[in-house]
Design a binder for this molecule. Structure first.
Ligand code: BT5
Length: 225
């Protein structure tokens, strides 16, 4: 992997798209316009780990998100012995607070690429408004985090998972995920409650409600406790 470091970028996903080179990692110490899903913002103050990986196009980008989530999950466990939980579709949480967010985008240019953007709260401050929703590794461990070391561990794991088959990825994802938890689901057109029940073969989430099983393709999930 070719790693490019920047002090400040609008967004590592945007930069990676401009560069459009395969197997490149774009890292920024700070992002001015960090992006979340659905045009949301990702708070990216100095001190955090913000990067994007480009890889060959996958028609099911959710699998790349799963691979990224597993890579972050494993790295945090290995380096800091912190047990996090993977929440569908794109979060790593610690005690119900978001520690990492992932944004996978497919680019249909001359070359078809998938860009996987990963933001991990390490030494950065999160805005007051997110205090109840966001966790950082420094807050959890009460020590400074070596972002380069964490990055290289995540990239190592990412390479390993990229070579695994989908079935294995889903199995491992499930084992370390929030499945079984009571949740509230919000999609574009409805909100309802149930239990996070399973993933289907495509990587969509199945919610068990009182009298039904509902497949969720896109939306937000909130843990209920
Ligand atoms: C995400 O969106 O979680 C995807 C975040 C991806 C960020 C990375 S950083 C490197 C790369 N470059 C980019 O520009 N983006 C990627 P979503 O599920 O939509 O969550 C966004 C929501 O999370 C916001 O609306 C806030 O409520 C919350 N949030 C924002 N910043 C946060 C932070 N630093 N920590 C925890 N929660 C945050």
């Amino acid at each position: 992997m070719n790693i490019l470091y920047f002090k400040k970028l609008d967004s590592t996903n945007i930069k990676a798209k401009q560069i459009s080179n395969l197997n490149t990692v774009v890292v920024a110490e700070q992002q001015l316009k960090g992006k979340g899903r659905f045009k949301r913002k990702w708070s990216s103050e100095k001190g955090g780990l913000y990067f994007s990986i480009t890889t060959s196009f996958k028609d099911q980008p959710q699998f790349l998100t799963f691979i990224a989530a597993l890579s972050v999950f494993k790295s945090i466990k290995k380096l800091y012995n912190v047990k996090t939980t993977i929440k569908w579709p794109n979060d790593i949480i610690y005690k119900n607070k978001k520690l990492c967010g992932i944004l996978t985008e497919n680019i249909f240019g001359d070359q078809r690429l998938s860009i996987i953007g990963i933001g991990v709260n390490t030494n950065n401050k999160v805005p007051l408004i997110l205090k109840n929703k966001a966790a950082s590794l420094t807050d959890i461990l009460k020590k400074n985090i070596d972002n380069k070391r964490l990055l290289s561990q995540i990239l190592k794991n990412f390479d390993i998972y990229l070579k695994k088959d989908k079935g294995d990825i889903i199995t491992e994802w499930k084992k370390n995920s929030f499945l079984g938890e009571k949740v509230k689901v919000r999609t574009i057109d409805k909100t309802f409650e149930g239990t996070a029940f399973n993933l289907d073969k495509e990587g969509f989430l199945i919610i068990k409600t009182k009298d039904n099983h509902i497949t969720i393709k896109e939306g937000d999930i909130f843990l209920k406790h």
